[in-house]
Design a protein around this ligand. Sequence first.
Ligand SMILES: *[C@@H]1O[C@H](CO)[C@@H](O)[C@H](O)[C@H]1NC(C)=O
Ligand SMILES: *[C@@H]1O[C@H](CO)[C@@H](O)[C@H](O)[C@H]1NC(C)=O
Ligand SMILES: *[C@@H]1O[C@H](CO)[C@@H](O)[C@H](O)[C@H]1NC(C)=O
Ligand SMILES: *[C@@H]1O[C@H](CO)[C@@H](O)[C@H](O)[C@H]1NC(C)=O
Ligand SMILES: *[C@@H]1O[C@H](CO)[C@@H](O)[C@H](O)[C@H]1NC(C)=O
Ligand SMILES: *[C@@H]1O[C@H](CO)[C@@H](O)[C@H](O)[C@H]1NC(C)=O
Ligand SMILES: *[C@@H]1O[C@H](CO)[C@@H](O)[C@H](O)[C@H]1NC(C)=O
Length: 538
Amino acid sequence: MVGVSHALLALAALRQVSAAAASPRSTCNKVQYDFPAGTNRNNPRANAVKEAYAREWRQYYKYAFPEDDLLPITHNGTNDLFGWGASVVDGIDTAIVMGLTDIVEKQLKHIASVDFTKSAYIVDFFDVNIRYLGGLLSAYDLLKSGMFHNKYDPKLVDGLLSQAKSLATAISPVFDTVTGLPASERNLTSGEVIQSTTTVNGKTYNSTNTAQAGTMILEYYRLSDLTGDESFRKHARRAEEFLINPQPAPTYPGLIGTELDTDSGNFITFDAGWQAGVDSFIEYLIKTYQYQPEDKLTPQMKDFWLTAVESTVDNIALHPYDHPELTFLSQSDSNGNLMWSMDDYACFAGGNLLLGGKYLDRPDISDLGVRVTDSCHVWYNSTVTGLGGGAISWYNSSNQAYDSSADNNAQDRAAASKDGFWFTNVGYGSYPEPLESVFYAYRTTGETRFQDYNWETFLALNTTRSAAVPYAEITNVTAPYGLPLSNYVSSFYFAEVLKYLYLTFAEPDVVSLDEWVFNTECHPMRIQSKCAQKHAGH
Ligand SMILES: *[C@@H]1O[C@H](CO)[C@@H](O)[C@H](O)[C@H]1NC(C)=O
Ligand SMILES: *[C@@H]1O[C@H](CO)[C@@H](O)[C@H](O)[C@H]1NC(C)=O
Ligand SMILES: *[C@@H]1O[C@H](CO)[C@@H](O)[C@H](O)[C@H]1NC(C)=O
Ligand SMILES: *[C@@H]1O[C@H](CO)[C@@H](O)[C@H](O)[C@H]1NC(C)=O
Ligand SMILES: *[C@@H]1O[C@H](CO)[C@@H](O)[C@H](O)[C@H]1NC(C)=O
Ligand SMILES: *[C@@H]1O[C@H](CO)[C@@H](O)[C@H](O)[C@H]1NC(C)=O
Ligand SMILES: *[C@@H]1O[C@H](CO)[C@@H](O)[C@H](O)[C@H]1NC(C)=O
């Protein structure tokens, strides 16, 4: 049930600290827990994850390279991400961090051979940005940092940045819309920019989604800072202005919908929450501020994040009926009605709240982050596979479901009384988000129980596979071994799943959260702020 008294207490705490936050204060708060030197040195768990990467890479290299993704059952590959070798570009920074130098050598050579200005496929801006641009910038930053092995051909290392710039230049015409909000796709052969459309109440709009319009800002800021070319930052800022000054106002302040009209800049849906379609927009508000608090736009982004978080506490951070120990972040339908449901993507919120809570010195926000992280962990450990399905629903405080057909569904009732929720999607598509939040929880609180949670999930992943099929996505988390398997390994298995796991077990100063900020695909980029330089020199 929604604990009214608890909500009120939390609210009072928020108001109190908000007043304090208005006074000028240092923005150089440390995000990471003060780990004693030498914590976790040579942890065998980190080595087990590293072995998992090497094993999976061998399969990919044998059956799919240089195609984008591995089809692990039919033993071939597929070009579903524009044919530039997505698993290589998305996965290289993980191999760099793990010190898999032979693999990195091959990956660097492949990247140098790609022409990112050409593709036989229609190219999608969102994936170009989070997977390819993020992967290139991160590999460049990590190799240039002096913190990792870098005895590679310097031309190949410098090439990472020039490839990033040429890719961003090839895709940036998507910003040539009436408002400057990005269109979704581009045909690089014809040069044509392709708009998505959304139909609301019988009217069709050229549209972009919030996550797409608000997710390139971190990568574009980094690219401008590394190349000195300000055009990228300008594009990103212009799009962001529509998101942090939403018209018309959202149902709950700060919790904007998923679709905007690219011709007017107005929102056309009101589906609030931290779910797919909005997720990484909220995520980047606080991350871009941490990256560069001295910037003219990022303080406004931070304020918008705080508004969204306060609205989350007031309206959508809910306990399922009779399960006060769980806190989920609900989402609403496109008209703004709450649905008492959450998708797996929103499980990143725990980590994002912990990052912002620590950075802004707001223990109340960190506390919500821990509660959401713990609840997503229960989402996983409640199943026979130890992995979570794609979406859940629950009964609200009056013991009713959004979809009234679930009110009398015996199976849903049984699941809800045992676990607090039921699955509305039982597939597991290599979701990294719960691993991500648990990683942040460990790095910000220092509590080793979080390492144990990610180890449980690693072992769960490791037992849903066989010698012939080292890793495939699974279609039913509630069936033994998740069977049937699905014939696919996403590039983000290399980029995110294995990196968040590895970094949970590696020494905490490897890719410290005080010096690096992760893009939404788990690609760490060097923080530009003076605070990071200060922390690096501690
Ligand atoms: C992969 O192999 C299977 C079985 O041989 C085949 O049906 C499928 O078309 C292949 N997929 C691709 C993308 O080539
Ligand atoms: C992209 O443009 C080229 C050149 O006009 C055209 O031949 C091709 O069919 C287009 N691709 C798609 C998938 O529409
Ligand atoms: C979408 O944009 C194109 C190009 O600006 C314009 O021709 C078209 O009318 C717009 N479509 C809608 C549904 O507004
Ligand atoms: C799941 O983890 C929680 C701790 O977050 C623990 O209290 C609970 O007993 C675990 N459930 C199962 C079924 O292991
Ligand atoms: C619970 O959900 C039902 C159906 O969506 C709704 O009518 C009711 O107002 C909700 N109760 C609360 C307390 O939110
Ligand atoms: C993970 O699975 C592989 C392949 O079955 C096995 O060799 C390895 O020992 C497992 N790792 C752990 C930590 O259980
Ligand atoms: C998933 O597996 C469970 C247990 O075997 C079964 O009851 C359920 O119908 C399956 N769901 C789907 C969507 O296949």
